[in-house]
Design a protein. Sequence first.
Length: 250
Amino acid sequence: MQDAHDDILRVLIERGLELHKNPRELVTFSLNPEADALLNNIETSPHFFVLGCVMDRQIKAERAWLIPYRISQHIGGVQFSDFLKPDLPETIRIFNEESLHRMPTLMAKCFYDAIQRIHTEYSNNASDIWKQGNPSSGEVIRRFEQFNGVGQKISTMATNILVREFKVQLADNSAIDISVDVQIDRVFKRLELVPKDASKNDIITAARKYYPAYPGLFDSLCWEIGQGWCRPERPECGKCFLEKYCRKIL
């Protein structure tokens, strides 16, 4: 059984590293092509990505990521200088009138505060969050956490997207944890990488132990397995690249 676990970890790490080396592709964030083009363009419009991360809270992700684009339509521009124009009362009014979020006033304040932080802390260039001073992954996560309303989960997710999807090179990836959701929880437990009663923190700790250089490497792979075929009922094991190893522990 130990051999099976070792094989599972080896395959997961190898495939994760292969995916990490793949060329950069367009990430679908909002299901709106124009919005997604801006969210992916971290070279010239990095504020869209950062503001989308700040908005990703207690609503569907697609709706949250669309908010910066909808604001840009309202203010008539996509440049960061355009986002500096509305004051806080105007931002609150837009959020409420356009029903941009289920917590419109609170998230309007978070949106406004994020713009002010980019303005004052990063000289109007949001990409300095991950560029300024050749930062470590831990430093980038800390910088995201300084934004109003952003906690450990969103800050880690944002940093992982930068590294995994946008191919941003940081000084290290060791602080990027796995983001545990129902898919990852189920896959880690079915593969017996953690006990059946493991908590979210137990899974995070296990990922750190299994691949300390980049614990978040397991993220997209295990989510893909859980979403694609390792479902709660009637899993389609024959489609999974881990089937021959998984059968040894079931």
